[in-house]
Design a protein. Structure first.
Length: 445
């Protein structure tokens, strides 16, 4: 079936016009301006936040292992890889690599949302698309999904389930943030990668983990040149979106664990973004009908206020988060649309693409590509308003099968599933809970 091509119909529109159209809703007790924090104190808050989330310091050695290298087409090949995370566990990953790299190339890490993993259509599409542009792209499974699920299923949601005996639920979110940091370190470690040109793409829950992973990054990580968020970026105040909802272990608990920041729960967003701004710019691509973004009236007026509060914390207006809004659009990852590609090219300088080429590429609706290739899309997200309606740059990219997207050979995985899965992590976390000092981090070689 030949893919159908469409022109981009969701315009990005003027921030000032949007701001004028909506009221800014500021919860009671939420200060308009955060307190200025000196750089040394910001750094101490970063260190303390890592401790509060039980993120390893130092991070474990990557000990990366490649199981297979497979060609996809004339422009892209993939590698089946694992690298280390907490307690000696392994993270399965698919790495997309340009077949003929031109010098040192940029790298991109994709951080999934709920129900997502490296087999999600947007992870596959982003990997193929930006490897074609000349970048290395790392995609991996979040804990409790695909090869990190005891059932090896997608949309398993195991990281959202209660863990009997675990007092500090934020440990789960801390693990997921550490996984993202290890993926970034792995990308930077590859010999063909220019470690000064690294971007991280985070969707929904992944937008939360991406901001924290980049904000809390220490000297072991490269400076993250660009952060691109979709379906998120709205780090809000106490008792709002990220503090509430069913996603306790991966979102609410880790966010609440940072209430010790000066100014309490209302100051977490500005402080985290001030820490992120030290390394590079951030762009959020969101829809005006995304219930995650609009639940607390968090449209552009929210971001205008957030920018002012970040600047008040840092004393600078450099690298404040940018925004692009899409009218009549819901929750979706817009990483592969024209706006995303142009912004990433500005930050990373893709070896194989110019802005003129990006502007000339045709587009394809995500649902048409998914239907044609059979690559997985999450239940309920096939609709036009959500992921199905994304207009992705169309380079006639092939689909990949689940077998191609399985990093660890099945017989190898079955020798010790605990190396990869949440049930393998839980005994280590419970043992750490029982120690006299809860600041003890995971033991690793």
């Amino acid at each position: 079936m030949t893919p159908m091509h469409f022109h981009h119909k969701h315009r990005s529109f003027c921030v000032k016009a949007l701001a004028a159209a909506f009221l800014v809703v500021i919860p009671a007790g939420n200060p308009l301006h955060a307190q200025s924090i000196p750089p040394a104190q910001l750094e101490s808050l970063r260190v303390r936040a890592n401790q509060a989330l039980f993120i390893d310091s130092p991070l474990p050695p990557l000990a990366a292992h490649t199981f297979a290298k497979l060609p996809v087409n004339a422009n892209v090949r993939i590698e089946h890889v694992t690298f280390a995370t907490q307690f000696g566990m392994r993270v399965p990953a698919i790495v997309y690599i340009p077949t003929h790299p031109h010098g040192k190339v940029p790298a991109i890490v994709v951080v999934n949302g709920h129900g997502g993993d490296k087999s999600s259509w947007y992870a596959v599409y982003s990997g193929l698309l930006y490897a074609t542009a000349g970048a290395v792209v790392v995609t991996y499974d979040p804990i409790g999904e695909f090869e990190r699920s005891v059932t090896r299923a997608s949309e398993a949601g195991e990281h959202d389930k209660s863990i009997p005996g675990l007092t500090h639920l934020e440990r789960v979110g801390g693990l997921m943030i550490e996984d993202a940091q290890q993926a970034i370190r792995y990308a930077a470690s590859r010999p063909e990668v220019d470690s000064t040109r690294i971007a991280v793409l985070g969707y929904s829950m992944g937008s939360f983990h991406t901001i924290l992973a980049s904000a809390l990054a220490g000297s072991q990580l490269p400076k993250i040149r660009a952060v691109l968020l979709s379906g998120g970026g709205n780090l809000d105040s106490a008792e709002q979106y990220w503090d509430t909802g069913h996603a306790v272990t991966c979102q609410a608990a880790p966010y609440r664990a940072l209430d010790f920041f000066p100014g309490g729960g209302d100051a977490r967003g500005p402080i985290l973004y001030a820490l992120r701004a030290r390394s590079g710019p951030t762009l959020a691509l969101n829809g005006t009908e995304d219930s995650l973004i609009t639940k607390f009236n968090e449209l552009e007026p929210f971001f205008v206020d957030l920018r002012n509060r970040i600047a008040a914390v840092s004393g600078s207006r450099t690298n404040l988060p940018e925004t692009i809004w899409y009218e009549h659009v819901g929750h979706r990852p817009s990483f592969m649309n024209r706006d995303a590609a142009l912004w990433l090219n500005k930050q990373l300088h893709f070896p194989n693409w110019t802005d003129a080429q990006i502007n000339a590429f045709p587009t394809v609706r995500a649902i048409d590509w998914v239907t044609q290739t059979g690559v997985r899309i999450s239940r309920g997200y096939q609709v036009e308003q959500k992921e199905g309606g994304i207009l992705a740059l169309d380079l006639h990219l092939p689909g990949l099968t689940r077998e191609q997207l399985t990093a660890v050979p099945t017989d190898e995985w079955q020798k010790d599933p605990a190396l990869y899965t949440l049930p393998g992590w839980i005994p280590h976390a419970l043992a750490a809970e029982s120690t006299a000092s809860l600041s003890v981090q995971s033991n690793h070689p």
